[in-house]
Design a protein around this ligand. Structure first.
Ligand code: 0X9
Ligand code: ZN
Length: 418
């Protein structure tokens, strides 16, 4: 037993060391006070060396940025020279992540003991475990749950969807389509999708009303290659993993063919918001496109989970103009925000992507609304944990259950309206 846990510990630390590429990385909170300082941040955000966790916004100037050791002296010098207000919120991200990784690893192993399920809400799980969970549900509830492989990722991983029904056999019902994890590092989003699946499939009696006239189709991991890479190599990876120019990966949420590349997307392949060489250059975005188009007519609500920032965003992301039907989408999003506020007091900001966050074209939400004709299309940015993308394992359950409260309220509103 002792030997076994020692071996495990050594294995864990080897994994931790190999996965820790953030030694000495610092995270700064920048509080740009005036237009000049905001422009300075905007400029820096276009440089691939600086990782802006919450991409600089037009309205709110506070922004969080991760900087590698070699750039820190010049970065701090620049901030000082221009008198920009900043604080260091993590002095050594590598050390933080190493501790968290060991904790997650032990929670993962503990969670799997004594249960027939491959996932839990006390740890972040690997892609293989998530896919195994979907298969377990299909086996446990064959009359209500089916799992399909909708396509493959660039590295050949299965992109599995789970369809949850009430088992009454009625075909052609309206559909709520939910996905998560187009951005690899936003782990709480993947967990949020799993919690929705858990509620609908395993807590069916309580949630039966949500499945009476609607089927749910859920793709919990849009970008499995990126997700696995955040475990094995680089925790803060955002993009897909297909080689692109001299770098790797495309921002899936800039790769959809709707006003592609017009605004808020980079044509430089090393930048985190790289739009890709062509629209739908990535097999993963092709899968989402085909699922969305396959649901045109039946698909009433598209919800895509991201983190972080507590936002419920709707079209458009490519322009500050609003779609004619914005009031209906706003009503649904407001219902979600109000339900969350009531249950936990957490505040969500509701509005169009461009108006409350920033303009960024080529997103899946705009495509679902503008091309696949989903009347309600919403991006939900879950709350931050740790320095943003790394909530602790104890935060998972409170975050995802709160998220579920919001999703349930939005779904109820959609079901009432359509
Ligand atoms: O920038 C994004 O892709 C999303 N924010 S995140 O911090 N998770 O990266 C917001 C997307 C909002 N929708 C569009 N701009 N279309
Ligand atoms: Zn995201």
């Amino acid at each position: 037993m002792l030997l076994k846990s020692c071996l495990l510990l050594i294995l864990c630390s080897v994994v931790a060391l190999s996965a820790n590429s953030y030694d000495g990385y610092k995270i700064y909170d920048i509080n740009a006070q005036n237009n000049f300082e905001k422009q300075l941040m905007l400029r820096l955000s276009q440089n691939a060396d600086f990782d802006f966790f919450d991409l600089p916004r037009a309205a709110d100037a506070a922004t969080r940025v991760m900087v590698q050791p070699k750039d820190q002296p010049s970065f701090e010098e620049l901030l000082r020279r221009f008198g920009v207000d900043y604080v260091v919120v993590d002095e050594n991200l590598g050390a933080t992540l190493e501790k968290e990784q060991l904790e997650n690893q032990s929670q993962r192993l503990m969670a799997q003991r004594g249960t027939s399920r491959s996932i839990s809400f006390t740890a972040f799980h690997r892609h293989a475990e998530i896919n195994a969970y979907l298969d377990e549900l299909a086996k446990a509830y064959p009359s209500r749950v089916t799992v399909q492989t909708a396509g493959k990722s660039y590295e050949n991983r299965d992109l599995k969807t789970i369809t949850i029904t009430n088992g009454d056999g009625r075909k052609g019902k309206n559909v709520i389509f939910l996905d998560a994890g187009i951005h690899a590092r936003e782990w709480i989003a993947h967990a949020g999708a799993l919690y929705v699946i858990y509620q609908l499939a395993e807590n069916f009696m309580v949630n039966a009303a949500l499945l009476k006239d609607y089927d749910w189709v859920i793709l919990p991991v849009v970008n499995p290659d990126g997700y696995e890479y955040t475990f094995s190599n680089s925790r803060m990876w955002r993009k897909t993993r297909k080689p692109a120019g001299s770098c790797t990966g495309t921002d899936g949420n800039r790769n959809f063919d709707f006003h592609w590349g017009e605004v808020g997307a980079s044509s430089l392949s090393c930048v985190d918001t790289y739009m890709g060489p062509t629209p739908f250059s990535e097999p993963e975005t092709q899968v989402v496109r085909d699922l969305l188009l396959g649901l045109t007519g039946r698909g009433k609500f598209y919800l895509t989970l991201h983190s972080y920032g507590n936002y419920l965003l709707y079209p458009w992301g490519w322009t500050s103009g609003l779609p004619q039907e914005w009031r209906s989408i706003d009503e649904v999003a407001q219902a979600g925000a109000a339900a969350i506020k009531k249950s936990t007091g957490t505040k969500y900001t509701v509005g169009s992507s461009t108006n409350v966050l920033y303009a960024a074209a080529g997103g899946s939400d705009d495509y679902a609304f503008g091309v696949a004709k989903f009347p309600i299309s919403i991006t939900m940015e879950l709350p931050a944990g740790g320095s943003g993308f790394n909530p602790t394992t104890e935060q998972i359950l409170p975050f995802v259950s709160e998220t579920w409260t919001g999703i349930r309220a939005m779904a109820e509103k959609v079901i009432e309206k359509y």
